[in-house]
Structure formats: structure tokens, C-alpha cells
Design a protein around this ligand. Structure first.
Ligand SMILES: Cc1ncc(C[n+]2csc(CCOP(=O)(O)OP(=O)(O)O)c2C)c(N)n1
Length: 323
């Protein structure tokens, strides 16, 4: 399968938006401008975008605590996201959620999630809904390597398999669960583990957008065709600490720089599409500059945005259930 030029441009645009979004947040957090906790996704862009390129608004995703990239990849508005992270009234969730609770149900983005392993059970619910209502939709759980060891994740694999749900579990193995190396904690590979649940699975190089895109295409097509759940073990790296403010004492000297120079996802994408003459470097530079300007603009809106008022505190807190 080949991507069209428009799809390639859209993919690069999404990846550049995510990179700029995260780099800006890194600076703003260091300057003390952001309330709350922030976990950045820079370095992992090819995974979120490579998967979400196959989805539309009837499809649902559940994210992790490292959710900005998944949100942008699924089509959430970066300006409303930035306002949300700055705790502003016009944020995507009224400024009440912040980084770890951004959601936009109209886009099928069920939310970032502060609970490690919280996403997979939500995805089983979304996948069951899609199956029952015959919407043709699929549901994708993004899961960290740490979250892959949670009981909630195992139970979800089991449920998805037994009920033959249109679900895909994308384990984003950035080699560390907080500061614990995944090589130490996982005790086996994710592919064998999925097979233990009877799910097809494959390992994917998460720096390579094209590898992720192709593996996700197969898994999502299976799910849409009613052939049940599968799992992708996506191996990649993150560029910043576990959370902003993390001194990263658990990584070797030069470890991050080496990944950036040898297998940065944006760099590899650019190399591939220019070498194969699918896109030229001038148009890629335009996309990079536009993404940079767009995020700078989002940041300016977020800084200028109004804070929620006292009255806003009581909205969206209680729900009336009418039976
Ligand atoms: C149920 C639960 N346990 C522990 C935590 C604390 N915690 C937050 S992130 C994290 C590590 C998660 O690692 P991983 O799933 O690999 O994601 P990564 O941060 O590497 O992207 C932990 C233990 C939590 N938020 N929720």
C-alpha cells in the first residue's frame, strides 16, 4: 500500500505539530508558566500519527498520561489543547483537566489518563459499543511498557479476545517505565505475551513512520473486518524526562542525543520521502515553518486566555441521570 502525497504531507504536518507543541511546553514548563504536571511525547511522534492516520471520528482512542501527541494525531485542536494545559477557560475541557485529562469525544479522543493502565478497559467499552451498534468503528488503546504490566491491561486483552472486539492495543515501549528500564521489567517480549492471549501481534520500529503505518493498517483492517483484536509492540524513545523536571539520572550519557542523530522519526521520514522523490525538501521546510508558527500562535492564545471564573468551578461537575 502506498500513501498519497496529500497523506504524506498530512502525516509530516501532524508530526511537526506534535514536536513543536512538546518543545514549546518544555520551555514554558522550565520557565514556570504551566500549572500541574506535564509528560512529553517528543520522539514518539511516528507512533501516534502512524496509527491515527487510519482512523476517523467514529473510531475511538484512549491515551496515557503522555497524551498530547495522541490528541493531535487524532485531530484535536492544538490551540484548545494549549489553553487546556495552561488551565484557561477556553481550553478543550474548560481548563479543568490540564495535560493529563485532555479529551474530545467529538473526535473520538476519550482522554489522556492519569491512571497507568486506565485506557485499555475504556477501549473495550468503546469497541463493544462499535460492535453492538455496528458503526464499523474500531478502538485503539495506547499503552506504555509500564502500563503493559497492569492487571487492567491483561484483563482487557482477555476481554477483547473473548468477545472478539474491534480493538488494537498499541504498546509504546519507550524503554523506561518512569525510571525502570523495560528490558528489566517486562521479562519477555510483548509479542509473545499477546500470543498467550491468542492475539496476533507484531514488533514495530517506532522511529519509522512507514513501519508503524503499515503494521497499524493491518491491525485496524483486521479489527474493522470483525476478525478481532491485535497488538503492536512499538519500540521507540522519548526525548525528555519521564515528567518535566525529571533530572533523567537513569539514562546513560549521550543516550538521548544518539537517538536524535541516528533515528529521529521526523528526520527518517524526511530522508525517506526526499530520497524516493515522494515529496521535495522545500515543501517539507514549508510544513516545518508553518507548524512552528501555528504552535507559537497557540501559545500566545494560551497565555492571553482568560482563567475560569468562580462560577465556572461548578459547571460540568454533576450530571443528572434521568431514568
Ligand atoms: C495506577 C497507577 N500507578 C502508578 C502511577 C504512577 N506512574 C505514573 S507514570 C508511571 C510509569 C508509566 O510508564 P509507562 O507505562 O512505560 O509510560 P511512559 O511514562 O514510559 O510513557 C507510573 C508508575 C499511576 N499514575 N497510576
Amino acid at each position: 500500500m502506498q500513501l498519497s502525497r496529500d497523506q504524506l504531507r498530512a502525516a509530516y504536518q501532524r508530526m511537526c505539530l506534535i514536536r513543536n507543541f512538546e518543545d514549546s511546553l518544555h520551555e514554558e514548563f522550565s520557565a514556570g508558566n504551566i500549572p500541574g504536571f506535564v509528560h512529553l511525547y517528543a520522539g514518539e511522534e511516528a507512533s501516534g500519527v502512524g496509527v491515527c492516520m487510519h482512523l476517523d471520528d467514529r473510531d475511538a482512542i484512549a491515551s496515557t498520561h503522555r497524551g498530547h501527541g495522541h490528541c493531535i494525531a487524532k485531530g484535536c485542536d492544538p490551540r484548545a489543547m494549549m489553553l487546556e494545559i495552561f488551565g484557561k477557560k477556553d481550553g478543550l475541557c474548560g481548563g479543568k483537566g490540564g495535560s493529563m485529562h485532555i479529551a474530545d469525544l467529538s473526535k473520538g479522543m476519550m482522554g489522556a489518563n492519569g491512571i497507568v493502565g486506565g485506557g485499555p478497559p475504556l477501549v473495550c467499552g468503546a469497541a463493544l459499543t462499535a460492535k453492538t451498534l455496528k458503526t464499523g468503528g474500531v478502538a485503539i488503546a495506547f499503552v506504555g511498557d509500564g502500563a503493559s504490566n497492569q492487571g487492567t491491561t491483561f484483563e482487557s486483552y482477555n476481554l477483547a479476545k473473548v468477545w472478539n472486539l474491534p480493538a488494537v492495543f498499541v504498546v509504546e515501549d519507550n524503554r523506561y517505565a518512569e525510571s525502570t528500564a523495560s528490558a528489566w521489567s517486562v521479562g519477555g517480549n510483548q509479542v509473545d505475551r499477546a500470543k498467550g492471549f491468542g492475539m496476533p501481534a507484531q514488533e514495530v520500529d517506532g522511529h519509522d513512520f512507514f513501519a508503524v503505518w503499515e503494521a497499524a493498517r493491518q491491525a485496524i483492517e483486521r479489527a474493522r473486518a470483525g476478525e478481532g483484536p491485535s497488538l503492536l509492540h512499538v519500540k521507540l524513545n522519548r526525548y525528555y524526562g519521564h515528567f518535566e523536571g525529571d533530572a533523567i539520572t537513569y539514562k546513560g550519557e549521550g543516550e538521548i542525543e544518539q537517538v536524535k542523530t541516528e533515528k529521529d522519526a521526523l528526520m527518517l521520514f524526511k530522508q525517506r520521502v526526499t530520497e524516493t522523490k515522494l515529496l521535495d525538501s522545500e515543501e517539507l521546510t514549508v510544513i516545518e515553518e508553518e507548524a512552528k508558527a501555528a504552535i507559537a500562535d497557540c501559545l500566545a492564545s494560551a497565555k492571553a486566555g482568560a482563567l475560569p471564573t468562580e462560577a465556572d468551578l461548578m459547571t460540568d461537575v454533576y450530571v443528572d441521570y434521568k431514568f
